[in-house]
Design a protein around this ligand. Structure first.
Ligand code: NAD
Ligand code: MLT
Length: 309
């Protein structure tokens, strides 16, 4: 069967599908008619966050049995359209959790200690030692919005570094939070208490714009980290809040529009640190998600249960 891969995944996943006798084709950075042509005879499609799998794509793909997301977020896939076309949507929810949590910790330190800013100055020949006075995370409060897989791994790591943990997640039980040493509270309280706020929700109609101007004002003097999904945080409001000194800084791996447009106001603010959606970009994570999604495609082709559908 033909498997079309439209965002780069680790070779191990591609090899697993080829070894099982399938014809794997790659078509990266292809859009519109060319994408529709490429998918027209595909039985499976593998994507990460780059490909928008919309209703038109499903209509152009009559043979499609399964869309595999080599990663967690399925916000780039029109699930209703998949259901209407009888196509399975599967993701790989476990393989990149630790990578995303580690990146969140890295971004927390990057902004707390101005590491990217100081690095850029030194590379430019300036020894700006006197200009950077950082913030320790020890004894500070970490507010976690979304205490799921990644949020929990972040809680463990930053809790072990001496942070007090307070979390907002309406779908998580007290007991699980307690096991992690986190206190559950409503969003207002989390915002009021947090010195650092880290976001780990999916992007849904409920979470879109969850952290806007008002919420950023409640976090006054704090730092915001978003390694989950752009769109959960209002970007123009965030850029203004950091620029105006309402927040001490922000670190972002994800954006409402990706790639981040050159004219984004976030790029002009010194204390906003950005990375280009690198949370899952480790060798281990990429191998995990690629092989996991390959296994699920093989299960779908064999008409066996698909675990993360
Ligand atoms: P998850 O489903 O395990 O956890 C999400 C948590 O958010 C759940 O506990 C859920 O109850 C909670 N939640 C849902 N709606 C909420 C709301 N309105 N308010 C508060 N909490 C809410 O997902 P995960 O695996 O932890 O992934 C978290 C996010 O990180 C996703 O958006 C995922 O796509 C993203 N992610 C990004 C990268 C990256 O490369 N930057 C890598 C991995 C995951
Ligand atoms: C995810 O949701 O898994 C992340 O966006 C990681 C990615 O695929 O880049």
């Amino acid at each position: 069967m033909k498997v079309l891969v439209t965002d780069p995944i680790a070779d191990a996943g591609i090899e697993r599908l080829r070894e099982a006798g399938h014809d794997v084709e790659t078509a990266y950075e292809v859009e519109g008619d060319a994408l529709h042509e490429a998918v027209s005879d595909a039985s499976a499609l593998v994507v990460r966050s780059g490909t928008q799998v919309d209703r038109d794509l499903f209509e152009a793909a009559p043979e499609l049995v399964i869309v595999g997301r080599a990663g967690i977020g399925v916000d780039n896939i029109d699930i209703d359209a998949a259901t209407d076309h009888g196509v399975i949507v599967a993701n790989a929810p476990d393989g990149n959790v630790r990578a995303a949590a580690e990146h969140t910790v890295a971004m927390t330190f990057a902004i707390a200690r101005s590491i990217p800013q100081a690095h850029a100055r030194l590379k430019a020949g300036e020894w700006a030692k006197g200009e950077y006075l950082g913030t320790e995370v020890n004894n500070k409060t970490l507010g976690i919005v979304g205490l799921g897989r990644v949020g929990q791994e972040v809680a463990k790591r930053l809790g072990n570094l001496g942070m007090d943990l307070v979390a907002f997640d309406p779908y998580i039980g007290e007991e699980r939070a307690e096991q992690l040493g986190a206190e559950l509270a409503d969003l207002d309280e989390v915002l009021e208490r947090a010195d650092f706020l880290t976001v780990h929700t999916p992007l849904t109609p409920e979470t879109e714009g969850l952290i806007g101007e008002e919420e950023l004002a409640q976090l006054e003097g704090g730092y915001l980290i978003n390694c989950a999904r752009g769109g959960v945080v209002d970007e123009p409001a965030l850029a203004a809040a950091v620029e105006d000194g309402v927040l001490a800084g922000a670190a972002l791996d994800v954006f409402a529009e990706e790639p981040l447009p050159d004219d984004s106001p976030l790029l002009d603010v010194e204390d906003v640190v950005v990375t280009p959606h690198l949370g899952a970009s480790t060798e281990a994570a990429q191998e995990n998600v690629a092989t996991s999604i390959a296994d699920q495609i093989l299960a779908a082709f064999a008409e066996e249960p698909v675990v993360n559908a």
